[in-house]
Design a protein around this ligand. Structure first.
Ligand SMILES: *Cc1c(COP(=O)(O)O)cnc(C)c1O
Length: 383
């Protein structure tokens, strides 16, 4: 089936008892067993280990990413935690993209490293750097592309090949493009991680995560951590995210078209120094973006002339754009990383990661693009 069919139908059958067309919210902690001999005959025992609504969402995620199975979590971070806890033991080593979601860096560097796991944060946009960072103890390569917030890209086929020839699992955080635009398993990756909080939900309504595995043995290891650590997604969130996925392609196409228009407008604005959007010909990795994904997504950034103060002033001047962390929803959001998400980062490290003083991050939504552009134009004129 095609993607648009799968995003609506995959994983879901009419409810066997009532015919309800959408899977109900099975809001129940436990499931009564027929007999000791028939234990788990219907597939469920206790909701921390599995739930019918969550299972429907897991089947849909596996179908959309082209994996064999999936597990669903209470947040995107819980999904990342599950992958790292399942695959890394004391004494092991993992390679992680140097530009990566802040929570991923924090969990690796400040939590898991306390338990004897070593991490190398390297520039995964350069395959030779990943190859050089490989050790005998390396068990996981964890990449994110496009990466937050600079949108640096990693060549997924090249990194998958390096990882698989060393017998190492390659996990990809695919949150920014969603399976509609990018399917890492088709490019050779073993595991896909999502913050379903973002495009899969799409409405700023829920926190959730998913891990899709290309191999059933890997999925079993993630499911074991999910139930051992109590990381599972709630039935209500699974239900709502199942509805969100039905319009994923339409939202992403509209939001990406809006992002392209906004980025093009900003590129010619005198108060803008630089614009970063993978769809622009000026984007340094524009070719790779075209090669490994079928769309450019709806995240963009620009550098406003005037540094920290101009960035701060702009946050106060926009009206339609909401000043808010998060991304991927139908509402357009704007952030100034230096005074918001990356305020604690030392300036040198921040600049080295490409997060300059006047950097403004945009999550482009689904509003009329003329309104989005007019609001930015007015705000830029006022600072
Ligand atoms: C938001 C995000 C996460 C974490 O998801 P939460 O649901 O906030 O825990 C992980 N990776 C990326 C790329 C994200 O954008």
């Amino acid at each position: 089936m095609g993607f648009r069919t799968d995003q609506i139908h995959a994983g879901v059958e009419p409810d066997p008892t009532t015919g309800a067309i959408i899977t109900p919210i099975y809001q129940s902690t436990t499931f009564v067993q027929e007999s000791v001999d028939g234990y788990m005959e219907k597939g469920f025992s206790y909701t921390r280990a599995g739930n019918p609504t969550v299972a429907a969402f897991e089947r849909r995620m596996a179908a959309l990413e082209g994996g064999v199975a999936a597990t669903a979590y209470g947040s995107g971070m819980a999904a990342t935690v599950s992958v790292m806890m399942a695959l890394l033991n004391a004494g092991d080593h993992a390679i992680v993209s140097d530009v990566v979601y802040g929570g991923t860096h924090r969990f690796a560097a400040q939590v898991l490293s306390r338990f004897g796991v070593e991490f190398s944060f390297v520039d995964t946009s350069r395959p030779e750097v990943v190859e050089a960072a490989m050790r005998a103890e390396t068990k996981l390569v964890f990449t994110e592309t496009p990466a937050n917030p600079t949108l640096k890209l990693t060549d997924l086929a090249a990194i998958s090949e390096i990882a698989s020839s060393a017998g190492v699992v390659h996990a990809v955080d695919n949150t920014f493009l969603s399976p509609y635009y990018q399917r890492p398993i088709e490019l050779g990756a073993d595991v896909v991680v999502h913050a379903t909080t973002k495009y899969l939900d799409g409405h700023n309504a829920t926190l959730g995560g998913a891990v899709v595995a290309a191999d059933p043995a890997l999925d079993e290891r993630f499911r074991f951590i999910m139930k051992s650590m109590g990381l599972i997604m709630s039935p209500q969130v699974a239900w709502l995210t199942l509805q969100g996925t039905k319009t994923l392609s339409e939202r992403m196409d509209r939001q990406s078209a809006n992002a392209m228009a906004v980025a093009t407008f900003l590129e010619s604005h005198p108060k803008v120094e630089r614009v970063g959007y993978p769809g622009l010909a000026s984007f340094p990795q524009h070719d790779l973006a075209q090669r490994q994904a079928s769309g450019f997504g709806a995240m963009a950034w620009f550098e406003v002339v005037g540094g920290v103060q101009a960035g701060k002033d702009l946050m106060g001047a926009v009206e339609l754009w909401s000043l808010a962390e998060n991304l991927g929803s139908v509402e357009s959001l704007i952030t100034h990383p230096v005074t918001m998400t990356h305020g604690d980062m030392p300036r040198d490290a921040r600049l080295a990661a490409g997060i300059t003083d006047g950097l403004v991050r945009l999550s482009v939504g689904m509003e009329d693009v003329e309104d989005l552009i007019e609001d930015l134009d007015k705000a830029l004129a006022s600072i």
